[in-house]
Design a protein around this ligand. Structure first.
Ligand code: X8Z
Ligand code: ZN
Length: 653
């Protein structure tokens, strides 16, 4: 054929040119393959280092487990019995462990761990490469630990006198002051308790707090962070976390403004002009020492006061609840969704009631002793509905500990701290539905439905929506304190600036820099970051929505299956999904854990907004009907340098 012929002729004519071209191409391919192979081949030294590192981490983890166990036992001994001997022992043990941690830190940082190919190994090294306070020189570490322990002791042993009986001066925060704040209708008594609690803690902690800030910053800098506030944010693994939180708050603020305006309106019906029509709400009238959750005034401000009572505390007392029964009730829920029951040692070692014979830290907490067996709660449980929720909250922490107990030590943490705080609360969102409360007999099954449901949703809103700005501003205040933007001579006034700006609250009396009101909140003096709770209050609704969808109890846009009426009790499919996420611990960045349970990789306010949609609509209509002012004008209270200035005329008190 003509074609074949012409090709042959061509090849014959150019045979040398073709040969050379082929040879050049072959050489080029060979060079390319060589470089590709070189790029993919592992540096034998890195490979060897990684193998070494693998063995090292096994031995570090084993020793770390033992050290953390010892340290936690000593901390528990002090926290549950505030004696000098226990403090000394705790300081000695935690200093020894800090030295051990520092040694590990040095070893780990000699490795080129960022280059390791094994993700889990790299991540464990990353955790060990930053140690926080133990980075301080020993004497300073001890000083810092003692400062915090001392402040905790001041806070936990503070007592105040009764308003009408100045000789009876044994009122403690838990249960006495908490109960007065929750139940009293006597404004004078509320104001007295509010002021005296702050007098008995704040000024005593101010100097220690200043030193605490300095030492904390020093340790942060030794870990290559600019200050302690930045150090606190590292586990969120997101340089934009602050902006994200601000964005979430902006999405939630309109809902907060509605509940704030409604509550102020209802409180004015009760207390009259003690509360101004358009001003911030006085902080002592909201049923809580810090005005952080307002559900204790639900009964007194109900949308539908004429339907059946929602005084669940009264119902619990009538049904002879005890602290143990409260915890068994909580455990029953966890078990019903195939989560793990509390081990025997939990019941044996926990402190579930306030002991009469000693001083202790009553603020509720859950403890992992890092030996895969010992898990405890310490809670001065009083028989109230609020404490029932706290019991679920604390048990959520224990459940997380139980699910990740087989992870390597560095991963025995929440995906982030907000996740840890959200587990028990997420269960409570089911527990607190009218459906469930009827099931366990706290609401009579004869109650009128839609109104009871809204009353109940309002009560949950007073706990969840009201908390949001408080959950946010606690660390807004501390970030500026740590960065030096807020200085000690401005601590208190800056605090009240934020309380007014975000919560729309004001103090019941003028304040000065001789007061130190932030210290009257446990987490401030106990060195516990607080952003975790804001995050928890957002993500718990995302978790709830995802679990409810799995349980077939919630469908978007289906009025018959609203999110606020979903109860996942006994639904093992939902429970297993939660369990799977919990068992990951902190082995992956939190968006992976979020995705495992919700399919989303972001924090998102839409779960919370969806849950409270019927309440938001009701509040908007009600506020409109009543012509209520939304938001607040500037407070008339003042905050000045010292009390003397208040006496000389700045105050109306
Ligand atoms: O401190 C707690 C728990 C222990 S992690 C009882 N919470 C915060 C607080 O009491 O201020 C739970 C919600 C907010
Ligand atoms: Zn907690």
């Amino acid at each position: 054929m003509s074609c074949t012929y012409s090709v042959r002729r061509f090849v014959k004519k150019y045979k040398w040119t073709i040969l050379i071209a082929v040879l050049i191409m072959a050489a080029l391919v060979a060079v390319l393959v060589y470089f590709l192979a070189l790029a993919h081949a592992k540096d034998p030294t890195i490979e060897e280092e990684e193998l070494n590192a693998y063995n090292l981490i096994l031995s570090i983890n084993e020793k770390m487990e033992k050290n953390l166990n010892r340290k936690t036992l000593a901390e528990w001994a002090y926290a549950s019995n505030l004696t000098k001997a226990n403090l000394d022992h705790n300081l000695a043990v935690s200093t020894e462990v800090a030295n051990f941690q520092k040694e590990i830190w040095r070893q780990v940082n000699q490795y080129n761990w960022q280059q390791f190919s094994d993700y889990s190994l790299r991540r464990q090294f990353w955790y060990y490469s930053v140690i926080g306070e133990p980075a301080l020189p020993e004497a300073k570490y001890k000083m810092l630990t003692k400062l915090v322990s001392d402040m905790e002791s001041i806070y936990s042993t503070a007592k105040i006198c009764e308003l009408n009986n100045p000789n009876k001066c044994d009122l403690a925060l838990e249960p006495d002051l908490t109960n007065i704040m929750a139940t009293s209708n006597d404004e004078k008594e509320l104001k007295h308790v509010w002021i005296e609690w702050r007098n008995s803690v704040g000024p005593k902690c101010k100097d220690s707090y200043k030193s605490y800030v300095e030492l904390s910053n020093e340790s942060a800098r030794l870990n290559n962070f600019t200050d302690q506030g930045e150090f606190w944010l590292k586990d969120y693994e997101d340089p934009n976390i602050k902006e994200q939180i601000q964005g979430l708050w902006e999405q939630l603020r309109p809902l907060y403004l509605q509940i704030h305006a409604y509550v102020r309106f209802k409180l004015r019906e009760k207390f009259g002009d003690l509360i101004s029509e358009k001003g911030p709400i006085p902080a002592h009238l909201l049923g809580n020492m810090w005005g952080q959750t307002w559900d204790n005034i639900a009964e007194r401000t109900l949308p539908y006061p004429d339907v059946e009572t929602i005084d669940y505390t009264a119902a619990m007392l009538k049904q002879n609840y005890t602290p143990i029964k409260i915890f068994k009730t909580a455990e029953q829920f966890f078990k019903s969704i195939n989560l793990t029951e509390m081990p025997e040692t939990f019941w044996k070692n926990s402190i579930l009631e306030k002991p009469a014979d000693r001083e202790l830290i009553c603020h509720a907490s859950a403890w992992d002793f890092y030996d895969q067996k010992d898990f405890r709660i310490k809670q001065c449980t009083d028989v109230t509905y609020e404490q029932m929720n706290t019991a679920h909250h604390e048990m959520g922490h224990i459940e997380y500990f139980l699910q990740y107990k087989d992870q390597p030590v560095p991963f025995r943490n929440g995906a982030n701290d907000g996740f840890h705080e959200a587990v028990g609360d997420c269960i409570s969102l089911s527990f607190e539905t009218t459906k469930h409360l009827k099931k366990i007999g706290l609401i009579s099954s004869a109650s009128q439905d839609s109104k009871t449901v809204l009353n109940n949703l309002y009560r949950v809103g007073l706990a969840k929506i009201a908390f949001l700005p408080f959950g946010y501003l606690m660390d807004l205040w501390r970030w500026d304190v740590f960065s030096g933007k807020t200085t000690p001579d401005n601590y208190n006034c800056k605090w009240w600036e934020l309380r007014e700006k975000y919560q729309g609250l004001e103090p019941p009396v003028d304040r000065s820099e001789e007061d130190f009101d932030p210290a009257a909140k446990y987490h401030i003096i106990a060195d516990v970051p607080y952003l975790r709770y804001f995050i928890s209050f957002v993500v718990q609704f995302q978790f709830h929505r995802a679990l409810c969808e799995k349980a077939g109890q919630y469908e978007p846009n289906n009025a018959k299956k609203p999110l606020h009426e979903c109860d996942i009790y006994e639904n093992t499919e939902a429970g297993n999904a939660l369990k799977k996420m919990l068992s990951m611990g902190s082995s992956r960045p939190w968006p992976d854990a979020m995705e495992a349970i919700t399919g989303q990789r972001k924090m998102d306010a839409s779960g919370l907004l969806e849950y409270f949609k019927p309440l938001q609509e009701w509040l908007e209509a009600e506020n409109k009907k009543n012509g209520v002012f939304i938001g607040w004008e500037k407070t008339k209270r003042v905050c000045v340098r010292n009390r003397q200035e208040l006496k000389t005329g700045a105050s109306d008190e």
